[in-house]
Design a protein around this ligand. Structure first.
Ligand SMILES: [Zn+2]
Ligand SMILES: [Zn+2]
Length: 336
């Protein structure tokens, strides 16, 4: 049974401090710029519409089709795959591969890389290099997906949010010198192989729900139905939940720490992304394995890491020391 740790903030005693680890992933020391303190109301309204409308569309379609072309098997399979592949991104691509927040045994490393690839968010090396660059240049020139670099006014707000949510993938994704941000991954032969097999993981991501649907019901039609809901719709849902970390969590929510960028803590995104929505905390302490630093900030990915640690599958889990937490200034400025 998973549980949230009782301590309101991570303590230091038996854990690794954030300064431990390979220097080549230490994006904290790279230069970042200060941007304006507040985002615009227009920007927030556009974001809200962009998030709510597609989700409402899917939910109404699911309701209308329930019992006809959307059934319990599709729902359960979709939820299971959403959680497993989603953790591949949050625990795997993000906290393990990008920030090296813990060390993992080989089987866990491979499983996380494959599950992450099954979200169709790209090979792990590309994801990691883009994300390390995001931290290095957060909300300043060079950030691959900041919503704050497209100018002022309504046009700038709309363009910025579009760019941060999905537009950046058509322009700046993977365009930088990947090796500079991902030498550890480029030198890892296992990761090179998993990256080369990326299309296999893509096919598995839609093929597994089809095969399960077909195996359980004996019907090709039900296999296709499971593939649509537990494959395509599930991929779409988690894609946008993840994209929301880039767009919403740099626009909408509360700043607790002065992380020198526009990162925000957003409980709703945290709910959809297993804790990744505590994004202001994360920018303040990028190498921490735990993003939900307060007791009420539920962080499912952290619970999973704790579980894996107890099973001795991961070790050297990194958390900020109390001294490191106290050194980062608090701002407590909500977006307005
Ligand atoms: Zn960010
Ligand atoms: Zn990060």
């Amino acid at each position: 049974m998973l549980r949230v740790l009782p301590d309101p903030a991570p303590s230091v005693t038996e854990r690794q401090s954030l300064s431990d680890g390979p220097a080549d992933v230490d994006t904290e020391s790279l230069e970042v710029a200060t941007v304006r303190e507040r985002t615009s109301v227009v920007s927030q309204v556009v974001t809200l519409v962009a998030v709510v409308v597609p989700a409402a569309g899917i939910l109404s379609a699911a309701g209308l089709l329930w019992g006809v072309a959307f059934r319990p098997l599709d729902l359960v399979l979709g939820l299971v795959l959403y959680v497993l592949t989603g953790l591949g991104i949050t625990v795997g691509y993000h906290r393990y591969f990008t920030h090296r927040s813990f060390e993992a045994v080989g089987a866990v490393k491979i499983a996380l890389a494959v599950l992450g690839a099954m979200t169709l968010q790209g090979p792990v090396t590309q994801w990691v290099t883009d994300h390390r660059k995001h931290h290095a240049r957060s909300d300043s020139e060079g950030d691959p997906h900041s919503p704050h670099l497209a100018g002022d006014g309504i046009v700038g707000a709309v363009k910025g949010l579009w760019h941060a949510h999905v537009g950046w993938m058509f322009t700046t994704k993977g365009m930088e010198r990947g090796a500079a941000y991902g030498r550890d991954l480029f030198e890892d032969r296992t990761i090179r192989l998993i990256d080369r097999l990326y299309l296999v993981w893509v096919v598995l991501s839609v093929g597994v729900p089809f095969l399960v649907g077909y195996a359980v019901t004996g019907s090709v039609d039900r296999g296709v139905e499971a593939m649509v809901w537990a494959g395509l719709v599930r991929i779409f849902a988690f894609e946008h939940a993840t994209f929301a970390v880039n767009s919403i969590c740099h626009t909408f929510g509360r700043r607790t720490y002065d992380a020198r960028d526009q990162s925000r803590n957003n409980w709703f995104v945290a709910l959809l992304t297993f804790g990744e929505g505590w994004h202001n905390n994360h920018h303040a302490f990028p190498r921490s394995a735990r993003h939900g630093l307060a007791l009420a900030q539920v962080d499912v990915s952290w619970m999973v890491i704790r579980l894996l640690e107890r099973c001795r599958l991961v070790r050297n889990v990194k958390l900020p020391t109390t001294a490191q937490i106290s050194r980062v200034p608090r701002v407590e400025v909500a977006s307005a």
